[in-house]
Design a protein around this ligand. Structure first.
Ligand code: 5RP
Length: 295
């Protein structure tokens, strides 16, 4: 197909040229939004650094009880000082996270598949916009499945949530899932992140890949990067650094924090790499120091 061949041609992504329509707002592509949207986005992206540390612990929505997340009430609140935004389900937030913690909220609003199924790509919008408003959600997270059986319904879900979000000034985060039949290439991520952004969401969550700078450059809204499977702390901090260097507006990290031997110290180190310019190696050195001080 000619349209697909087009994707193979190298393009100039102007990776060194800053985004042109930034204005004075810290969030890429969001300068033209109204006050309410910008207020929520400022609860997510630190106005000074323009970055965010989201902490994802929504795994239970399709994995059930997950290693490291057996007791949300015990494990999650101590991470609060180093986390800008909780990414979680309404069930986890309402039951286990004290409402007097001031972290932002990325509310998972889709669900419908579980680990025991072959095809994880069939989801529905499970949370009404009224409940997102009641929970003071700063954004609503919708899973998308480009190139999988559930593509059409997931993009319908995304569009419904984006439309409701615009009615009430709540941003939407499109989460790019990688189906079994897809490869984690820049070609796939350029396709998926751009489709999701053009459907109107204000944040895209995706994975790190080769030529990540080009993926970021071609996406007109901020990209936050999922941590993915558990790595060593050293490698996870190096990946965090590479994401930030590559233009990511932050991370949305789960397992590499909550499955760490020392989740609080890991969250602290990730925070320093994302917001305060530490390299991966410096972040790891900090992690080790914090761990030894905690003994
Ligand atoms: C699933 C998600 C999860 O929140 C996210 O992937 C979990 O984070 P991690 O991969 O870092 O454990 O969005 O699509």
């Amino acid at each position: 197909m000619a349209d697909l061949d087009e994707l193979k041609v190298a393009k100039n992504y102007y990776v060194d040229v800053p985004f042109a329509n930034q204005g004075d707002f810290q969030v890429k592509g969001c300068n033209g939004l109204d006050w309410g949207m910008k207020k929520h986005l400022s609860n997510i992206f630190n106005p000074k650094t323009g970055k965010t540390v989201m902490f994802a612990f929504d795994h239970g929505y399709f994995m059930g009880s997950t290693a490291g997340l057996e007791r949300l009430d015990l494990k999650i609140p101590p991470l609060a000082p180093y986390v800008d935004v909780w990414m979680a389900t309404r069930g986890a937030l309402r039951t286990c996270i004290p409402a007097n913690l001031t972290n932002g909220v990325a509310l998972r609003v889709t669900s419908g598949s579980s680990m025991v199924q072959e095809d994880l790509s069939q989801e529905v919008v499970a949370v009404d916009i009224e409940d997102a408003i009641r929970m003071n959600a700063d954004c609503m997270a919708v899973q998308t499945f480009i190139g999988a059986d559930g593509q059409l319904s997931s993009l319908e879900n995304l569009s419904k949530v984006v439309n409701a979000g615009f009615r009430y000034s709540i941003p939407t985060m499109g989460v790019v899932a990688v189906g079994k039949q897809m490869e984690r290439t820049d070609r796939f991520f350029k396709l998926a992140t751009r489709i999701v952004a053009e459907l109107g969401c204000q944040i895209v969550k995706t994975y790190y890949c080769d030529n990540f700078e080009e993926v970021v450059s071609a996406c007109p809204v901020p990209i936050v990067v999922a941590g993915g499977k558990k790595l060593t702390e050293k490698d996870a901090l190096e990946m965090t650094y590479k994401c930030i260097q590559g233009g990511a507006a932050g991370v949305d990290m789960g397992r590499n924090i909550f499955q760490s031997t020392h989740p609080v110290q890991m969250a602290h180190a990730v925070h320093e790499v994302v917001h305060n310019g530490l390299t991966g190696a410096e972040g790891y050195e900090l992690f080790q120091t914090l761990v030894s001080e905690s003994k």
